[in-house]
Design a protein around this ligand. Structure first.
Ligand code: HAM
Length: 426
């Protein structure tokens, strides 16, 4: 029993530790992402978590929930507003422009994995620090690029074992068809303003489309009968969307069209998509993404189109039902030792074998051999080496296969080589 003398300082609300028994699953997902994305030509980019606040105001949009009320923003020693990134797309584009990556590669395929920060109300599947696997494809407006990115996403999700999800698709039009729809929505909402929540009332002038994304019940009820954006998109956007849909069908990827999906960030144009599940309660989106053909220019760069998505890492992990133990590393060997000289030999041997590439566990305490064997079992070790004072006197050790129980005697001369040979041969 440990005696706790002082009050323990806990983590910040909505910020979660990922404990050793969970990290195996996280690494498994990350490895799959890296392997699959690189097959599709994507390269990893690693970015800072802190950016200038203006990047997100310009990128995500001033009248979004994220920018209005969810960002961790502070004045840095009185001279500059900085923000812990709430998403990765704006940061990827910032780096893409800052290093003029478009000069070297007319088509850039980038991905990044890391923590994001949004000050939302924590609940199941919603955290204030969460992680995203973010993918961005820049330099192509071809609808086949949309289908390719979605194909890669769905292949990744099924490879890691995600089942029973649905892909929802919509088109948000472009800067030539959106203004007409804005007018139609404003007309539809005129006279209904009093029934909207305070946020939507305020945003009506700047960004009426946000009403579609509002979670407030009163707004949902009003918007239920609203006209659909898909009925107003221009012929270019329509053809683009049709080609995305027919290419997905050719690629054998099932999807549903959800004409009400607008997404919570302002930069989207044309194709948008979400992967949803019924197993996460109200936080049903595991992935969100879409095309953003104006964003690079809006952030000060050339006229370069883009499309991408972000997987919510915590939500994906929750949905992977497989037991954590499947993802835990299996130690090759446990060295159980009893008596001072045996322990000294065990310590040296254990660390020499680790340097030679084996995963070896050992017990520093002088507990009974029985309890050391129990620990070897709990750690799921493949083999155990038993070194007691008696074995030492006879210049030998017992080597046991933990799965079959088969045991053999090894001589202390060349012990290291014998063990390496036995374990590497298995
Ligand atoms: P988003 O829809 O805001 O899109 O987030 C993508 C995913 O991140 C969500 O579907 C969800 O799984 C996860 N997520 C978001 N907020 C939280 C939270 N508070 N707690 C846990 N998970 C969360 C974006 O961020 C865009 N940047 C995606 C994108 C990339 N679009 C184009 N490229």
């Amino acid at each position: 029993m440990w005696l706790i003398k002082m009050e323990v300082i806990t983590a910040v609300k909505g910020f979660k530790d990922i404990l050793p028994e969970e990290t195996g699953k996280w690494r498994f997902v990350e490895d799959a992402a890296r392997e699959i994305f690189s097959r599709f030509g994507f390269k990893e980019i690693r970015l800072p978590v802190l950016e200038k606040t203006d990047l997100f105001k310009r990128g995500i949009g001033e009248s979004t929930d994220i920018v209005e009320k969810e960002m961790y923003t502070f004045l840095d020693r009185g001279d500059e507003y900085l923000t812990l990134r709430p998403e990765a797309t704006s940061s990827v584009i910032r780096a893409y422009l800052e290093h003029a990556l478009y000069n070297a590669e007319p088509v850039s395929r980038l991905f990044t994995i890391g923590p994001m920060f949004r000050r939302e109300r924590p609940q199941r599947g919603r955290f204030r620090q969460f992680h995203q696997i973010d993918v961005e494809l820049l330099g192509l407006d071809d609808p086949r690029a949309d289908a390719e990115v979605i194909l890669m996403l769905m292949h990744f999700l099924s490879t890691v074992g995600l089942k029973n999800v649905s892909l929802e698709l919509n088109s948000l039009g472009c800067s030539s068809c959106r203004p007409a729809f804005r007018k139609v929505i404003l007309e539809f909402l005129s006279g209904k303003e009093d029934g909207l929540c305070d946020d939507c009332k305020r945003r009506l002038g700047s960004n009426p489309l946000r009403v579609f994304d509002c979670k407030a019940k009163e707004c949902q009820e009003i918007i239920a009968d609203a006209p659909r954006l898909s009925d107003f998109i221009c012929s270019d956007c329509h053809t683009h969307f049709e080609t995305v849909a027919s290419t997905l069908t050719e690629l054998d990827i099932p999807f549903k069209i959800n004409a009400r999906m607008v997404r919570g960030l302002d930069y989207y144009t044309k194709t948008t998509f979400e992967v949803t599940t019924e197993h996460l309660g109200s936080q049903n989106a595991v992935v969100g993404g879409g095309r953003y053909d104006r964003l690079v220019e809006e952030l000060g760069g050339p006229d370069i189109p883009g499309i991408g998505f972000a997987v919510g890492f915590e939500r994906l992990i929750t949905l992977l039902q497989a037991e954590n133990t499947r993802f835990l590393p299996q130690p090759d060997l446990f060295i159980a030792s009893l008596g001072e000289s045996a322990q000294r030999l065990a310590f040296l041997l254990c660390n020499q074998l680790r340097i030679k590439g084996l995963h070896v566990e050992q017990d520093f305490s002088a507990r009974s051999l029985k309890s050391q064997m129990k620990r070897a079992n709990r750690l799921n070790c493949a083999y155990t080496l038993i070194l007691g004072d008696r074995e030492l006197e006879e210049k030998k050790a017992e080597f046991r296969d933990m799965k079959t129980g088969a045991q053999q005697t090894l001589f202390l001369d060349n012990l290291e080589e014998q063990i390496l040979k036995l374990i590497k041969e298995r």
